[in-house]
Design a protein around this ligand. Structure first.
Ligand SMILES: [Zn+2]
Length: 481
């Protein structure tokens, strides 16, 4: 299912479409091509496999992209439901004029994939809530655990990190990975990651109550529990806290509760410090792309009964919103040459953080950064470096704009161009080419403001009963014009 929210010149319209063609048909007669388009995409596996909307790529790149993925383990179903509710909530509140939601949607591209593993879900759902065991339906139809099926770049990272001066970001997928079993779901996610320059992501799981962040694979391969931070440890902690600190159950001080063993750490933990595993999706996001992904365990019951869903939604609503808003923490901008031509694949380095992000084909970048002063450097082959000092305040609602204009150098910079080639997809890469950004973003600095408090909600929203009605013909989706 594809849900699209289109902002035309004066009106906001929503359309539910089974595919990209319908969207094109909708956009054509409504003359929405030249105005800002905001969308929520919901993807689902169909008989032809996983289909994301290909036209998404050609829309104006004015906003940072966030993805939320549920149900990677088919029997962990809460994330799947939460993302459907979130899509409904965002659409409904947008139309009601909720300023926070309007602002969020007007400044952010939000991609929702409620189920990454629908085949596993079918197995778990056949057993039903209350009967589903701990592992039945966890894997996909090929019996592969999708969160162990991504390329292990973390081992390669540890090797590279021990060599001084080596780049440890945008690590290519090793060719031997393709010799093994690669699930179509895994491959589809990797392809999807190539179609949009995601900045932030969350993978929603169940079975515990905690937020974990990379690395998931321990820096010592034999240590099953070992604190293994990324160079962006501070930022990842902030991202995890953005979720946990506004989650009433994660903040509950009683030790006997679900997830109570994480209470001392504030319900967040470094993945490898919890338990180490290889081939996870979050490590892959961080080491292969510009995207920072955290893992959220939504509760101890993997397949709760329907009656539990409303409480779960109330507990997670503010967390999901506050997490998505984190994509605006840090800096963003454009790297261009002295003629204003965008420089693609330029590196944005931050002193003291050995992890570069790169610019998209139109020279734009986003760099999540924790509060404080940072020295940021932009560099690209054939140009001189440009360095700037930025200060990130404690609170911000929109990333600070930092553009770079690079001056060309003379010849003789083969080392850099060699380095750049590494970021291009390998020739035999089955995922094919990357990238697609059409225009540089129109971004600007904005005054700081206090974070909105969640609306105190005692009564259920108008659309809730439609999801929970017992009728077999109940709609799975609801849009109110
Ligand atoms: Zn899981």
């Amino acid at each position: 299912m594809l849900i699209i929210m289109v902002k035309c010149k004066k009106s906001v319209q929503q359309v539910t479409a089974p595919g990209a063609l319908v969207m094109q048909r909708f956009l054509g007669p409504n003359k929405c091509e030249l105005v800002q388009v905001h969308l929520l995409t919901l993807a689902k596996w169909g008989p032809q496999g996983f289909e994301m909307m290909p036209k998404l790529a050609s829309l104006p790149p004015v906003e940072p992209e966030v993805k939320l993925i549920g149900n990677i383990h088919g029997n962990e179903v809460v994330g799947r439901e939460m993302l459907i509710y979130l899509a409904q909530y965002l659409c409904a509140e947008y139309l009601l004029g909720n300023p926070r939601i309007q602002r969020l949607i007007n400044t952010t591209r939000i991609h929702l994939l409620p189920s990454m593993n629908p085949d596993g879900y079918e197995v778990a759902a056949a057993e039903g809530a209350g009967y589903n065991g701990w592992t039945s339906g966890r894997q996909n139809a090929q019996n592969l655990d999708l969160n162990r099926n991504f390329p292990d770049l973390t081992s390669e990272y540890y090797r590279l990190a021990s060599v001084r001066g080596t780049r440890t970001d945008h690590i290519p997928i090793p060719e031997h990975y393709w010799w093994g079993k690669v699930a179509p779901e895994t491959k589809a996610i990797m392809k999807w990651m190539r179609t949009a320059p995601f900045v932030l992501s969350a993978s929603l799981h169940g079975g515990d109550l905690v937020v974990s962040y990379p690395f998931d694979f321990s820096k010592h391969p034999l240590e099953m529990k070992m604190f293994s931070p990324t160079p962006d440890e501070k930022m990842f902690k902030l991202l995890a806290r953005a979720y946990a600190d506004v989650h009433p159950m994660m903040m509950d001080r009683s030790e006997g509760r679900c997830g109570g063993n994480f209470l001392k750490q504030g319900s967040i933990i470094n993945g490898a410090d919890w338990y180490s595993f290889t081939g996870g999706m979050s490590d892959f996001n961080y080491l292969h792309s510009n995207c920072f992904e955290i893992t959220v365990e939504l509760g101890c019951v993997k397949f709760p009964p329907e009656e539990a869903l409303y409480g779960l939604w109330l507990n997670n609503k503010e967390s999901l919103l506050s997490f998505v808003e984190m994509v605006h923490r840090g800096i963003k901008g454009v790297v261009m040459d002295r003629f204003g031509k965008p420089v693609k694949n330029a590196r944005i380095l931050v002193k003291g953080i050995r992890h570069d992000v790169t610019t998209a084909p139109d020279g734009d970048y986003w760099r999540l950064l924790p509060p404080g002063s940072h020295i940021v450097i932009a560099q690209a082959p054939g140009y001189s470096k440009v360095m700037k000092r930025v200060t990130i305040p404690l609170r911000m609602r929109k990333a600070g704009r930092v553009d770079f204009i690079l001056q060309p150098l003379g010849t003789g910079h083969k080392k850099l161009s060699h380095e750049l080639q590494r970021t291009a997809p390998a020739s035999r890469d089955p995922l094919g080419g990357a990238g697609l950004r059409d225009q540089p973003p129109q971004l600007d600095l904005e005054p700081l403001g206090a974070r909105r408090q969640p609306s105190a909600g005692g009564s259920k929203p108008w659309w809730w009963s439609y999801f929970t009605s017992l009728s077999p013909h109940r709609p799975r989706w609801l849009l109110k014009y």
